[in-house]
Design a protein. Structure first.
Length: 356
């Protein structure tokens, strides 16, 4: 059984703030975290920038070998902010192109939607998928949620223009019967809360208000649902993560302001993987922090990139933004400055030390 000392050794090996050295490669070449000799828990699998990325990784990644093909178009996203992934699709919210840019991995192609008619987008700030493959997009400028099918066909919308001040993210239950819209509000606004809707877009209520107590928010910026149906909210202005049950009742919180273990300085994105692990990106530390649901820090991934030399180095970030986790446990990391989405695969190497 892993000991507390094992867990502390793994934690010490993985702490990787902005000044950390580059990640080290494993025995077969791919970049892994934590660095050897500790057991690898995550491996860099791909960096997505454009259609050519689908054939650019060479023989070092099984995923890219499967994707190698003739599609070498330079079609790409402009300024990525949000990401969601599932069933072989990676959906990127392109705020510059005002669209959703899609990597269709099994078919080795890319395409876009959200450009016309009733599904036209102005600023796609958050994306969430349900298990039926429906794509939910919150439009920060239009203040509405637009729901598409997996290929971008418009299905319906929720108009929040009368209620929301600054919608910035959303989360959806696996079945699609609960939709949570994060209203970041603003410095001069008290609308710092979560709006709850059913699968048809009918309002069910609100969670929270502005403040720093349990269940209150200060500039919330992202959210995700857990495998048990819980709602996780990145309460960025309070430098913490909060969890709520399906009925919106406060369950727990963790995090604080600082540069120590498990603390945050500029948290930007949040994802919850199928096993319930919680991942938070931090633009000040230029990394990801991976937590157990009780707030125990398990691992950090990434460090600060040099604007030129490290642009293509896996795990090097300058402005990490939102995150996603798919049904396989892979993490998808948006870097707005470096114009990339990194794919990190979780390795099946048993439990993290200290979690059993």
């Amino acid at each position: 059984m892993p000991t507390r000392r094992d867990g502390l050794l793994l934690l010490a090996a993985s702490l990787g703030g902005c000044g950390a050295p580059p990640p080290r490669r494993g025995p077969t070449g791919p970049v892994v975290w934590p660095a050897p000799p500790e057991p690898a828990r995550y491996v860099h699998e791909a960096t997505l920038r454009n259609a050519a990325s689908l054939a650019a990784a060479g023989d070092s990644a099984d995923l890219m070998r499967r994707l190698s093909g003739e599609d070498r178009s330079r079609a790409s996203f402009g300024k990525a902010l949000a990401v969601a992934a599932g069933r072989g699709f990676v959906y990127v919210g392109d705020t510059e192109g005002r669209r959703i840019f899609v990597f269709d991995l099994p078919r080795r192609r890319t395409f876009s939607f959200g450009l016309r008619r009733e599904g036209e987008l102005k600023k796609p700030a958050g994306i969430a998928l349900d298990t039926e493959g429906r794509v939910h997009v919150v439009d920060a400028t239009a203040r509405r949620v637009v729901v598409f099918d997996a290929l971008g066909l418009f299905l319906r919308q929720i108009d929040g223009s009368a209620d929301w001040v600054r919608p910035s993210a959303l989360a959806v239950s696996a079945a699609g019967d609960r939709l949570y819209v994060i209203d970041t509000g603003g410095v001069e606004s008290n609308s710092h809360r979560v709006w709850v809707y059913d699968g048809a877009g009918r309002p069910l209520g609100r969670i929270g208000r502005r403040g720093d107590g349990p269940g209150e928010f200060n500039l919330p910026t992202d959210a995700a649902t857990g495998p048990d149906g819980s709602l996780w909210v990145l309460d960025a202005g309070n430098f913490r993560v909060q969890a709520f049950d399906r009925e919106g009742r406060f369950v727990r919180q963790f995090g604080s302001l600082g540069n120590g273990i498990g603390q945050f300085a500029r948290p930007r994105g949040l994802a919850v993987d199928p096993t319930g692990l919680v991942c938070v990106s931090d633009a000040a530390f230029c990394n990801l922090q991976l937590f157990q649901p009780d707030g125990t820090l398990l691992l950090t991934i990434g460090s600060r990139a040099s604007p030129g030399a490290d642009r293509d180095q896996p795990g090097r970030y300058l402005l990490p933004a939102k995150l996603a986790a798919d049904e396989t446990g892979r993490l998808y990391v948006v870097d707005q400055f470096l114009h990339k989405v990194e794919v990190l695969r979780r390795l099946d190497t048993g439990q993290f030390p200290g979690t059993g």
